[in-house]
Structure formats: structure tokens, C-alpha cells
Design a protein around this ligand. Structure first.
Ligand code: C5P
Length: 150
């Protein structure tokens, strides 16, 4: 009985922490042949022109990997397969940003910039020079390590 109560209170504490952190935004570190897919924002004006890992808000009842797949379909017209997580939770104004690693599903179409100004594949040596949005810049070292590990 005590064990059940303890487990339930752990779940409640986790839920409270999640609510305090605010909505979750997922970002996709999609890798192909040692290159990372990056996308240039068009909005808001303060972020227009800066680069990010494509992604967006997780919808209520949606898992984070499902949100990654949906966002990549909506923003890039492609199909990804989520392979893991990268780095720690990153605080952003909108809540918390969580980076998921991914690869293009077999036979998936080449990503297109449906909602971005541009998308491109970048190599590990280029990532430090990219004009990242602030939150994404915090995972550049992890992204470089990810590309070099493959
Ligand atoms: O793209 P969207 O505007 O839906 O993203 C929601 C919030 O998450 C924005 O504040 C955006 O700057 C942030 N974001 C981010 N890094 C990403 C994707 C989104 O900081 N890779």
C-alpha cells in the first residue's frame, strides 16, 4: 500500500514539475550521411533569418516522438523516424525545448521549406558559425558530437 502511494506521489510530482515548466516544444535533430538538417525561421521578426532545429509544440495527448513526426510532415513535407533524445531540457519563453534525434524514413521525400525561409544540410564544422536561435545554440556541442559519432 505504502509503495503504491509513494509511486502515485512520484507521478504527481513529475506532473507538477511538467506543468511548472510549461508547454513542451520538440526540436528535431535529423541526421543523414553525417549532416544535420537545419531550418531558417521567418517569424517572429526578432527571430527571422536565424536558424533552428525544426519542430514545434507538443499537442495535448500527443507523445513527443509523434509531435516530431507531425511537425516534420507539416513543416518539411517529409517523414522522419525518431531515434533518441539529445541534451537536457532547455528553458525557452514558450516553456521547455526538448531535442529528439531522427533520420529520414526510407524513401522519404527531400525536406522542403514549407514554413521556413530555407532548409539545408550542415556539416559538423559549420555548426558553430550558424546564426542559431538562442535555445538551439545551447546544444551545438552535442550536435557536433552526434554528427561525428556517426
Ligand atoms: O516554431 P514555433 O513558433 O511553434 O515554436 C514555439 C517556440 O519554441 C518559439 O518561441 C520558438 O522560438 C521556440 N523554438 C526554439 N527552437 C526550436 C523550435 C522552437 O527555441 N528549434
Amino acid at each position: 500500500m505504502l509503495r503504491i502511494l509513494a509511486a502515485r506521489s512520484e507521478v504527481l510530482v513529475e506532473r507538477a514539475a511538467a506543468l511548472a515548466a510549461g508547454p513542451v516544444v520538440v526540436a528535431t535533430a535529423a541526421v543523414r550521411a553525417g549532416l544535420l538538417l537545419i531550418a531558417q525561421r521567418t517569424r517572429p521578426p526578432a527571430l527571422a533569418g536565424r536558424w533552428e532545429l525544426p519542430g514545434g509544440r507538443v499537442e495535448p495527448g500527443e507523445s513527443e516522438p509523434d509531435a516530431v513526426v507531425r511537425e516534420c510532415r507539416e513543416e518539411l513535407a517529409t517523414q522522419v523516424r525518431v531515434t533518441g533524445r539529445l541534451g537536457t531540457d532547455l528553458p525557452i519563453d514558450a516553456g521547455v525545448l526538448r531535442v529528439h534525434t531522427a533520420e529520414l524514413a526510407s524513401g522519404a521525400p527531400e525536406p522542403q521549406a514549407l514554413e521556413h525561409a530555407a532548409v539545408r544540410w550542415a556539416g559538423p564544422d559549420e555548426l558553430a558559425e550558424v546564426d542559431w536561435v538562442d535555445a538551439d545554440r545551447a546544444v551545438v556541442a552535442d550536435l557536433v558530437a552526434l554528427l561525428r559519432s556517426g
